[in-house]
Write a protein that binds this ligand. Sequence first.
Ligand code: ADP
Ligand code: MG
Length: 621
Amino acid sequence: MSENPAPRRRIHELPDELVSQIAAGEVVERPASVVRELVDNALDAGATQVTVRLLAGGVRSIVVEDDGAGIERADLPLALKRHATSKIGSLAELESVSTMGFRGEALAAIASVSEMTVTTRTAEAAHAWRLHARSGELAPAARGIGTTVEVQELFFSTPARRKFLKTDATEFAHALEAVRRHALARPDVGFAVWHEGRLAAQWRAAAPAQRWADVLGADFTHSSRELLWERGPLVLAGRVGQPEAARARADLQYLFVNGRHVRDRMLAHAVRSAYEDQLHGSRQPAYALFLTIEPELVDVNVHPTKIEVRFRDGRALHSAFRLAVTEALAPTRATAPKAAAAPAEPVEAFRAWQPALALPETASVARESSPLWPGDKEDGAWRTPRGSGGLSAWQHLLEGSPHSASAAPVADASAWPLGRAVAQIGGVYVLAENAQGLIVVDMHAAHERIVYERLKRSRDAGAAQSALPSQPLLIPLSFSATPAECATAETEAATLLELGLDVAALTAHTLVLRSRPAALPDGDRTDLVELTRSVLAELAEATGDDAARGGAVVQRARDDLLATMACRGAVRANRRLTLEEMNALLREMEQTERADTCNHGRPTWRQVTMKELDGLFLRGR
Ligand code: ADP
Ligand code: MG
């Protein structure tokens, strides 16, 4: 309680100008917000070309020109009034609004914090009209059909707000970003942005894929996949970045709902979750996604600048996004894009690529029954280990696979996306030769992914019992264990069984393992002991928090366990591989989903093209 209470003041209605200025606070934060609102209006007016001219980052001047329908002279003064709009007339229309604007406050708000003029001409008018917002003066002007809005000296009357502006360069960057978003959403419209009299960016009308490439750049296009997903009235399109194109910041994440750029934590989460086991926690995926949905199913009137929306059925959308992105990311790069770049003879080329393109289950059948399959030529080239007598470690490792690729003999190395193995170096890398040049594979990372995907498939196949198929050990394996490990083995017996591990306490200091996951490569006994120990350690950690054992947490913990098992089960560095083993690994990679990245988001292989090799040796071709 203050000793001098504020003097009682009478209640009075605020003057219109002040109301607009207060409202402007919500809509007009900086020059970029003005640009966004004016371009929204141009698009709503049916413009096919929008030109934005800025001075001093937009602080001194923002001019937006369009070739849209224009405003009739009689309506012109109304356009600048608060809550005056041509876009909706009833609550019902609000619920199915398809225009960018509908609140009728942008022009009024902008006019209240700047010097604004609107010059406009409709198709019917003999000439254009120009309205000066502050004075209300309306005069004939010269202009083709369309509208030009000029906004000068933004925030000149509200110095407090002006102080919040950053440097001209920063404000310009924000304004340009606003136009980029429009350009992404409307490939059919041409955009140009000028700053200080220089053309800063230009996008001509184009097909969506072309426009996305133009705006997002070659790097992103190169390292991303196209996504198109349709279910009933819901269409999701766009591009999603490969895991290795992930960024430290969430600065390349675009989401559009019915052409409007929005931020939505739920959908961002859904997208992120599709990268779950391919990205390190802090890495941010890059994507541009465009959702088309019935307007009735989304409420766009929850935020003054409409940057946030509310969905009727958020849950369904969440799973749709997650699924669509997962599917887009799933096929390995080792198979898909090479097929597009297939050589001239289409039929032969198709046959050559067939095993890599076919579904895993059918691949081996297609291969063996095709008389034209290159392998049938039997020209004595290298073979994968089928029946080759060499009971190699790799054959063991791959045996667990439900559809191992190792059975296919192949004559022509270039027929395989990942080529023919030629050597192993440093105990870590496998080198292979394919049609494009040299392939370098991180064998542990690649094998880890293969094993992980296999474990997941195996788990999902046994989904009814929700357990991983297990295989009894001929000779049970007993090993010494700490009291903590014994305790975990006892309390988590059920979970361990679900993971295919039948482990029980034999004495107070000994555990015995009676079965192992069938999908896991057949490592030696020390590997199995290590695997069991790491699973026990992880379980002990995960179950510390009983309250958190909701479905998702358990599911996640299980995925983590599978990842641990995959890492333990995968071939170690410094293991010498035969050529046959290396080739078997390459074939398996070609058939494994997400084989391009290991479980931690690192790439598993790289292509060095002949051109790059030639470049190294300054050799022209
Ligand atoms: P809203 O877009 O929510 O309707 P605004 O204040 O942004 O509100 O615009 C008010 C009205 O002015 C619009 O409804 C539209 O009729 C008209 N208008 C604004 N800009 C343009 C333009 N570039 N071309 C044609 N009409 C426009
Ligand atoms: Mg508007």
